[in-house]
Design a protein around this ligand. Sequence first.
Ligand code: PMP
Length: 361
Amino acid sequence: MSVEAKISVNATSLAERLARPELLSLEPYQSARRIGGEGQIWINANESPFNNSELEGLNRYPECQPPELIQRYADYAGLSSRQVLTSRGADEAIELLIRTFCIPGRDSIACFGPTYGMYAISAQTFNVDVNALRLDAAYQLPQDLPSLVGDAKLVFICNPNNPTGTVIEPDAIEAVIRSLPDTLVVVDEAYIEFSPELSVVKLVERYDNLVVLRTLSKAFALAGARCGFMLANEAIIEMVMRVIAPYPVPLPVAKLAIEALSAEGIERMQTQVDTLKANGERLAAALTAAGARVLPAFGNFVLAYFDQANEAKVGEMQARLKQAGVVARAYKDPALADAIRFSFTSDEQTDALLAQLSQRA
Ligand code: PMP
């Protein structure tokens, strides 16, 4: 390779090499908000001049990436604001990654089941193949991962994993990131506040092929607001910004999210995480006493298998829960046919659940 060719290869970011080629020359939509301007009379966006709400500025389009929200999350995650993108929940971030990097009908993603279903569904809705790999018997990544992953553009690792609640140690994830330098390794940390020591967010500085997904839907108690985050090097964020909608974050959502990420908001979140984890331990113990095989729970939920001989059977347990008005989660995946996932809940509701579980069937 000539020196010039080498330089030009090095000068191209991984994001540019992996992106759908048509995005490289695409000029993102120039919304009125993006173009901006200066003055007192704003008549550039076909907005209404009337604000009929108490929320200041609701008659105006919001910023594509509200700077205060981005800065708050960057501070919370220990990154620079250029490494943060906000989206309508982590679900939209999953979709954006697939749309940015996968060519429909040609590319594929890989994930490790049983895991969160939206990686596969999002890919399928864009005609992107899914290499549906499995975690091993200990809920760890398979040994020969690089060869199994093949030429997948994106590899999704959910940590802590939904629905098993199990975890993969950061060292093992770093080994995967190193072994797949030309693949984006997407670590979904939707539940990381329940096991913060397991985050790989610090590695974003070091590896250009790492993307971390986060959300305010779980520990921050804002599932209804739809606010998630993508954390990655600047080149990846810049590429995804070519695909994102002009106004993905509604103004009221940005306000709520900014409050949630204040010092008080973060402290309240941590207190609630402690409460939920304590209730989770009580629930796991009660499920074990009721005959279930319970997996170690690192998120805000526990997966209980009702598959032990002469003990509570899953059908019986489902019937009991239904009768008691408890809506827990069952699965179609054959590997989870005997399992029920229970989200951790308040003191009161946990007491009620424990009372139910202690009754003999
Ligand atoms: N990732 C995982 C692992 C999840 O469990 C969920 C929601 N159940 C999401 C992402 C989506 O989160 P959001 O509400 O931010 O779209």
